[in-house]
Design a protein around this ligand. Structure first.
Ligand code: CUK
Ligand code: CUA
Length: 760
């Protein structure tokens, strides 16, 4: 460490910049050696993001069965983060510290912990139909839940459980100003919780539905009390989308298995797949959610499981629910950016059907219905509402939009292709093959009122032969496609080792403004001050009966306290506040064998709790390599047997001489000279114009401010000739100096690389 520091000081003194370019190999040599074509080079140039540069867009991918969200950059396809949502995520302490456990506990169903999720559809909060970069929502299909993630810190803040469904798929989708986040049931069940009805009662007692969750943007939370649902027939509601512009106030939801078939292959009956695809059409559900919200406010809802539900009868009577036939086993329903049309893909049809919102409204106004469904819901005819139908290919699933007017992209699952087409004119423009069997696709902000075009990512279900084999379970394959020209161009294959993502959304990176630190003492799951937070110098351990509460802090490179003594059977809570202000100075915390872990970012307070049920000695330590003396960021939890009495009164002493003490004091003086020169350089520049540097300077100053106290301690000990205490406190001064110098050097490098000017 000492020589390392000297080397850094030397570099500092010489002011060495980056030089040395490897000029020995030409581009042609590299192409030949690696077998690359001109086309490959072009693709590489379109995706490569040089070191230190950032991506233009950020993609938020469903993590599928991992119950997480995956964040990656476009066009580089570099993965930036996994966000723990429905599933514990150990690195972030998600599910291992008390604060995040409370979030996961919100997702309990009937008192049972559910620690996985089948995430499908992420959605951004929107303002006027545009992604605003404030919040992210995502659904869990298996256990009908929705989670709220705050994009200020990319942490999950809330999970809500659907009050009446047992599964849900058509969610999360948001209305244009994020008034509601909605989700559709998938597999019909009785709506009353824990109610049993046999399958013979399917048509009468099983129901689908839609739930509209009210979002309180100020609180950053869903408000279940102001949320409501609409009862729907047992038609397996599927994907949905919100109207926008002229169609704002309405929502659209597909369905499959409107045959209401209930399977029974084991009894010799044809299976679901036959019974659920027998008819030529299913139903598009057209719902006036704005009016539905008014009806609920007017007290027209019925309570089911304590939640507000508008019945089918009320919805029909009040004229807020309509059906339109749609071709065979549809999947995606996607409203065009201008809100005038609704594109529906039929999995078993080669067409996409483009419905006109205007025509739908005209039919509703004129009460022109072709029939009623078995539940009395008016059915508008396809002919009266279609704008056009376009033959795209086999297995059309999902549609996204371009910044160019009337241009759409639709995934073709069976053909393993993406079709580019014109939904105004109804013609196919281009097709590109993908590898293989595409589900969703995403264009940049491609489901908003202002798509940004440029790139498309194909989310492929199979990757088969694209990557190095890693066993029978293959990685997922997200393929990046350039859509800025007339012809689509395949650029990059990204293997994703976390499955199975369904939908991805992407946003202009400039719209995201995440913080780099919290206000000191923040419970980041509630954004409130943490009751266990303390400042430096206020650390303490309190006992109340058999409850031991530690109020501790973390800062390079020590944990305060460094010893925690409890008795076997005590309930131990350890609160830890990270006092760092410097960017990226996260400390982790764990106690051996008690299954706890916290990730404590700058300013955060986190707590871990456990019953010290076994006596013994358990090291605790910082789990993030945070500094040169990270390994020394340690302590002991001493779990003493009941009634244990100490016999020895003193800790073992080290051997230190006056000469050793003097050598340390000399090192401290030398180091101070280096610090002075770094400080001299920084303060000679316009460093105040660089907020990152201002923060680094504040952090270095923090370290330097601790020196006088330690210095007076070593001087007092030296006066008493206690060479151990004198040497160790002098050493501690040097530690503060090293940390300050390390930060100072980082600040200096930053200033040099970012064109700071010398002003003094
Ligand atoms: S779904 Cu998976 S490919 Cu859940 Cu949106 Cu279409
Ligand atoms: Cu803190 Cu390692």
């Amino acid at each position: 460490m000492r020589s390392l520091f000297k080397a850094a000081a030397l570099v500092l003194a010489a002011g060495v910049g980056a030089t040395a370019v490897n000029a020995a190999e030409s581009l042609q040599d590299v192409m030949k050696r690696r077998g690359l074509s001109q086309q490959d080079l072009m693709a590489a140039a379109k995706t490569y993001v040089p070191t230190g540069k950032r991506d233009e867009f950020l993609a938020f991918s469903s993590g599928g069965q991992s119950g997480q969200v995956i964040v990656y950059g476009i066009p580089s396809m570099r993965i930036l983060k996994y966000i723990g949502v429905f599933t514990p995520e150990p690195w972030q302490g998600y599910g291992f510290d008390e604060e995040s456990k409370k979030v996961l506990a919100q997702g309990r169903i009937d008192g049972m912990d559910i620690t996985w999720g089948d995430t499908h559809h992420p959605a951004f909060s929107e303002t006027n139909g545009e992604a605003d970069g404030q919040f992210l929502f995502i659904n869990d299909k298996a256990n009908p839940r929705i989670a709220v993630i705050d994009l200020r810190d990319f942490e999950t803040k809330q999970i809500v459980v659907n009050p009446i469904f047992k599964s849900e798929h058509g969610g999360a989708f948001v209305t244009p100003n994020t008034d509601y986040i909605f989700e559709a049931a998938q597999y019909a069940t009785p709506l009353e919780n824990k109610k049993f009805y046999p399958l013979e009662d399917f048509n009468e007692k099983y129901r689908g539905g839609m739930t509209y969750w009210k979002f309180d943007r100020k609180a950053g939370k869903i408000d279940p009390k102001k949320s409501f649902s609409i009862e729907l027939p047992p038609y397996s509601q599927d994907l949905s989308d919100a109207g926008k512009g002229p169609s704002d106030g309405w929502s659209f939801t597909n369905s499959f298995c409107s045959e209401r078939y209930v399977g029974g292959i084991e009894k010799g009956r044809p299976p679901y797949e036959a019974g659920c695809s027998a008819k030529d059409t299913d139903y598009l559900h057209v719902i006036n959610w704005k009016k539905a919200a008014e009806l609920v406010a007017a007290g027209k809802a019925k309570k089911i499981n304590g939640a507000d539900v508008l019945t089918i009868d009320t919805a029909v009577k009040e004229g807020i629910l309509f059906l339109i036939p749609e071709p065979k086993s549809p999947h995606g329903v996607d409203v065009t950016p201008d809100g005038t049309k609704i594109v529906v893909s039929g999995k078993l049809d080669t067409h996409v059907s483009v419905y006109s919102f205007d025509k739908i409204m005209k039919a509703i106004k004129a009460k022109k219905f072709e029939s009623k469904d078995p539940y009395g819901i008016p059915v508008i005819s396809m002919q009266d509402t279609l704008h056009t139908q376009v033959q795209l290919g086999l297995g059309p699933l999902h549609t996204q939009y371009d910044s160019k007017k009337c241009i759409a992209y639709t995934s073709l699952y069976v053909d393993s292709q993406v079709a580019k087409w014109d939904f105004c004119e109804g013609k196919v423009l281009d097709k590109i093959s993908i590898h293989y069997n595409i589900g969703h696709l995403v264009t940049m902000e491609g489901d908003t009122t202002k798509p940004a075009g440029k790139y498309l990512v194909a989310l492929n279900k199979l990757s088969i032969d694209r990557f190095n084999p890693v066993g029978p379970l293959h990685p997922q394959n997200h393929q990046l496609i350039d859509i800025s020209n007339d012809k689509m161009q395949l650029l990059y294959d990204m293997p994703l080792p976390l499955g199975e993502p369904h939908y991805v959304i992407a946003i202009d990176a400039k719209k995201l403004k995440p913080g780099v630190r919290y206000k000191v003492g923040t419970d980041t799951r509630t954004d409130q001050r943490h009751p266990g937070a303390v400042r430096a110098g206020e650390e303490r351990i309190e006992r109340n009966g058999n409850k031991v509460t530690v109020y501790g802090t973390l800062i390079r490179s020590h944990i305060t306290p460094e010893t925690i003594e409890v008795e076997v059977g005590d309930e131990v809570t350890i609160n830890l506040t990270n006092l760092e202000r410097a960017q990226d100075e996260t400390h982790g915390f764990t106690v051996s064998t008690y299954n706890v872990h916290a990730s404590v970012e700058p300013g955060k307070t986190a707590s871990v709790k456990f019953k010290a049920f076994k006596e013994g000695v358990y090291p605790y330590y910082c789990t993030e390599f945070c500094s040169a003396l990270h390994l020394e960021m340690q302590g002991y939890l001493l779990v003493k047997p009941k009634g244990w009495k100490a016999t020895k009164k003193e800790l073992a002493k080290g051997t230190y001489t006056e000469a050793e003490y003097q050598a340390i004091v000399k090192r401290v003086a030398d180091t101070q000279a280096v610090i002075d020169s770094v400080v001299g350089y920084i303060t000679s520049t316009n460093y105040k114009d660089f907020p990152d540097v201002v923060n680094l300077v504040a952090d270095a100053t923090d370290q330097l401010n601790k020196i006088p106290d330690a210095k007076s301690k070593y001087e007092a000990a030296a006066a008493k000739k206690d060479w151990e205490q004198a040497s160790l406190w002098a050493e501690q001064v040097w530690q503060y100096q090293v940390k300050a110098a390390d930060i100072g050097l980082r600040a200096k490098t930053y200033l040099e690389q970012n064109g700071a000017k010398v002003i003094k």
